[in-house]
Design a protein around this ligand. Structure first.
Ligand code: ATP
Length: 444
């Protein structure tokens, strides 16, 4: 009878194995599998650049080799055996002289996109139409390696702070954020919606585990077509109980981001370098109130401020620039947003009920997070619903937690793609979204 063996050791990538071999012998015989990314034929030899899952490896095929370079094409997958040679001009510090080359598979057709050009200059729309292959461009795919790092850091840090990871349903019967931006579904003849946020469920789970987080899909049927909105995004959400003040949530976020940026600088440096950005360095983050933010925009904005309940994109940019200029910080917390513009579950400030114990975090002049303290008291929550003409009966499942007891608690939601796009200073959030869904796009 055949048996399936268990993997018991960390699997090194081909490049890691090669680097390990080079450390003891710079001229090691090594094996490498990957895609033929680029072929550059010279008179006596050809450079064959192999694309692995994370690197480009420079290999050299001599004319004297029995393998004819004309039998190789870009897009082939290959296995090569060769000898390493240290070379400071090559990006990895070595190149491989090919001894044996085996073509494993060949593409049906040559790619219509020049993914191997250093300046991959297709338009964003073309790149998105051809996403499955466009993502093979080293810089375009690097965005998502960095995004992996952000998610890893978020998760790892919150584990160290005793958070429990949860998964909440994405098909729901009520929206948590109000408004008309919900995707409606036909759920066996009944109306249902795609979740606008995990808000209700993460609060429910605070009553179970105290501190919880979730990394999951968020759906917004917003019809705007901007460079910072998409209709499906990944929410990095956490919620924590037994807080004394909403500022503890800000402190948790600042510490988490610091952890994430340190991790990116440590493990994702090669990808970061492709974007030439320096991640924010900080030990503290400046904080202003919403009112102070409005004073700044009123003073510095060229246009008339019309909305006194929120900031538009231009105003966020003005605040971001002002804070950068006056404090050097790329990040700024804005606190105490007006009550009327915040959701029904937001806790009002007892010293001024026109504002909430809430905050946004701006990075490079754009919102990346909304958070705050939530109402834990049953009567207070029902009252606030009634004052907004909401029917508490419809929210009886949610209100169970208030009725049967909740600690003081709060939390936040960060948009993963929004954060990635602002961090890498990309021009459009879609570049930081694997397969974006927007008002004009539902495929690929
Ligand atoms: P915005 O004012 O930017 O439209 P919002 O106030 O509606 O965002 P929240 O509901 O507070 O956003 O969501 C929390 C976070 O989720 C935001 O700070 C942002 O990072 C992200 N986010 C919200 N809407 C979108 C969207 N349509 N596309 C991408 N990310 C989003």
């Amino acid at each position: 009878m055949k048996q399936v063996d268990i993997i018991t050791e960390k699997t090194l990538t081909d490049v890691e194995k090669i680097q390990k071999a080079i450390a003891t012998n710079p001229e090691s015989e090594v094996e490498l599998k990957g895609f033929v990314h680029k072929i550059r034929t010279m008179s006596e030899f050809a450079f064959v650049i192999i694309r692995t899952d994370r690197e480009l490896v420079q290999c050299v095929l001599d004319k004297t080799n029995s393998f004819n370079i004309n039998d190789l094409q870009e897009g082939d997958t290959v296995k090569i055996v060769g000898t390493t040679r240290l070379d400071s001009r090559s990006p990895l510090g070595f190149e491989i002289t090919i001894k044996e080359l085996e073509v494993l598979t060949s593409p049906h057709e040559q790619m219509p996109l020049k993914i191997n050009k250093r300046n991959f200059d297709a338009t964003l729309n073309v790149k998105l139409d051809m996403r499955p292959i466009a993502l093979r461009n080293p810089k375009d795919r690097a965005v998502f390696k960095i995004q992996e790092g952000i998610v890893r850091g978020f998760r790892e840090f919150l584990y160290t702070q005793n958070f429990t990871e949860i998964r909440s349903p994405k098909i729901v019967s009520e929206g948590a954020e109000g408004g008309a931006n919900m995707f409606e579904l036909d759920y066996f003849g009944r109306p249902a919606y795609l979740a606008q946020s995990p808000q209700f469920y993460k609060q429910m789970m605070v009553g179970v585990f105290g501190r919880v987080f979730e990394i999951g899909g968020v759906y917004r049927a917003e019809k705007h077509d901007t460079s910072r909105h998409i209709n499906e995004f990944t929410g990095l959400d956490f919620e924590m109980g037994f807080i004394d003040s909403f500022e503890e949530i800000m402190q948790m976020e600042a510490s988490m981001l610091r952890y994430v940026f340190d991790l990116l600088n440590r493990d994702y440096k090669r990808e970061l370098d492709m974007f030439g950005v320096t991640l924010p360095e900080f030990t503290t983050i400046p904080t202003i109130t919403f009112k102070e933010g409005k004073e700044i925009t009123q003073k510095l904005s060229k246009k008339k401020i019309v909305d006194f309940g929120d900031f538009d994109a231009d105003e966020e940019k003005i605040i971001g620039d002002y804070i950068k200029e006056t404090t050097g910080s790329d990040l700024v917390f804005v606190t105490h947003y007006p009550s009327k513009k915040r959701p029904f579950y937001a806790m009002d400030d007892p010293t001024d009920p026109t504002v909430t114990l809430s905050f946004d975090l701006l990075l490079n002049g754009a919102e990346i997070t909304t958070g705050g303290q939530r109402i834990h008291d049953y009567d207070m929550q029902v009252q606030k619903m009634l004052s907004r003409k909401m029917d508490p009966e419809r929210f009886s499942d949610y209100l169970m937690i208030h009725k049967y007891g909740m600690p003081k608690h709060g939390g936040l939601g960060i948009g993963l793609e929004r954060l990635t796009y602002k961090l890498l200073k990309l021009s459009n959030i879609r570049e930081a979204t694997l397969f974006p869904r927007d008002i004009n796009r539902i495929a690929p």
